[in-house]
Design a protein around this ligand. Structure first.
Ligand SMILES: O=C(O)CCC(=O)C(=O)O
Ligand SMILES: [Fe+2]
Length: 252
C-alpha cells in the first residue's frame, strides 16, 4: 500500500532531491487484531463520555463526541500551552507542533529521523492516555503525544500515518474548533466518510480505518488565505488544536 505522510516544509522539500516512498504490506491478521469496535467498549450508561460513540460505517474507526467536558478541554489546552519542556516547532509553514515522548525530523513530506523527547504533561498521560486504556480504546498507553496547532482555516493533507513507524492504534483529540474530518478508502478512492468533530471529541483509527483508509481535513481556503495574507485583520480567529496519541515503534 502506498503510504504518505503530511506535507513537508517548502524549504526542506527544495533541499531533498529524491523522495523515498514507504511501501509496507500489513497482514490481514494484524488489521483484524487491532480493530476496535463500538460493541466491545464499556457501557455508556456507566461512562457518559462514551455516549454517542459511532464507527460511521468504517470498520475500526470510532468517533466519541462527548469525551472531554468543557472543564477538561480547558485544562488540557492549558497543559499544552503551559508546558515549557518543549517549544512549538515550525517545521511546517501551516501549523505548529509540540512532540512529547518522541520527536521527529521532517523532510520531503516524510519523517526522516527521530529522537527521544521529554514526557508529555502529566494531565495528558495520567488523565487522557490512561483513560483511553481504561475505556478499551487501546491496549497500552501510547508512547508519543503530538500537539498540532493549525492556522485558522488550515487542514491536513490526506494520509495514512506511517505504518513502519507507528503502532496499529492511533487516537486523536479535537480541541477549540469544530472540524470536518474525512476518511477516504485507499482501495476505493470514491468511498469517503466525514464526521464533524466537536471540540472535546476523540477519534480512534484502528483496523481497516488505520491501514486501509486515508484521513485528512480539507482546508477552508478563503479563511486560510485571508489569515495568511493579513493575520492582523483576523486577531480573534481561533487556531484549532489537536492531539495525536501514537506508539512510536522505534521507541519501544
Ligand atoms: O489534527 C488532526 O486531527 C489530525 C492529525 C493527524 O492526522 C496526524 O497527526 O497524523
Ligand atoms: Fe494522521
Amino acid at each position: 500500500m502506498a503510504d504518505s505522510n503530511e506535507m513537508a516544509p517548502g524549504r526542506a522539500r527544495r533541499e531533498v532531491k529524491e523522495c523515498v516512498r514507504y511501501e509496507v504490506d500489513v497482514p490481514a491478521e494484524t488489521i483484524a487484531a487491532s480493530r476496535r469496535t463500538v460493541a466491545a467498549l464499556p457501557s455508556a450508561v456507566d461512562r457518559p463520555r462514551l455516549a454517542g460513540v459511532t464507527d460511521a460505517g468504517v470498520p475500526g474507526f470510532l468517533y466519541l463526541p462527548h469525551y472531554l467536558s468543557a472543564e477538561e478541554q480547558s485544562a488540557v489546552l492549558a497543559a499544552i500551552e503551559g508546558d515549557t519542556s518543549v517549544d512549538w516547532s515550525d517545521a511546517f509553514e501551516t501549523r505548529l507542533q509540540k512532540h512529547w515522548g518522541w520527536a521527529f525530523v521532517y523532510e520531503c513530506g516524510q519523517i526522516v529521523g527521530g529522537e527521544a523527547a521529554p514526557p508529555a504533561p502529566a494531565l495528558l498521560l495520567e488523565v487522557l492516555a490512561e483513560r483511553f486504556v481504561a475505556d478499551g480504546l487501546v491496549a497500552t498507553p501510547p508512547n508519543q503525544v503530538l500537539a498540532n496547532k493549525y492556522m485558522p482555516g488550515n487542514g491536513i493533507g490526506y494520509h495514512v500515518d506511517r505504518i513502519d513507524l507507528f503502532g496499529d492504534v492511533i487516537i486523536g483529540v479535537n480541541l477549540v474548533v469544530p472540524t470536518k474530518f474525512t476518511l477516504k478508502s485507499v482501495a476505493e478512492p470514491e468511498e469517503r466518510v466525514s464526521v464533524v468533530m466537536a471540540p472535546g471529541s476523540v477519534y480512534v483509527l484502528s483496523g481497516e480505518a488505520r491501514f486501509g483508509w486515508r484521513h485528512g481535513i480539507t482546508r477552508k481556503a478563503r479563511l486560510y488565505k485571508r489569515f495568511r495574507r493579513a493575520p492582523e485583520l483576523l486577531p480573534d480567529e481561533p487556531w484549532r488544536v489537536s492531539l495525536t496519541f501514537r506508539d512510536v515503534l522505534e521507541a519501544t
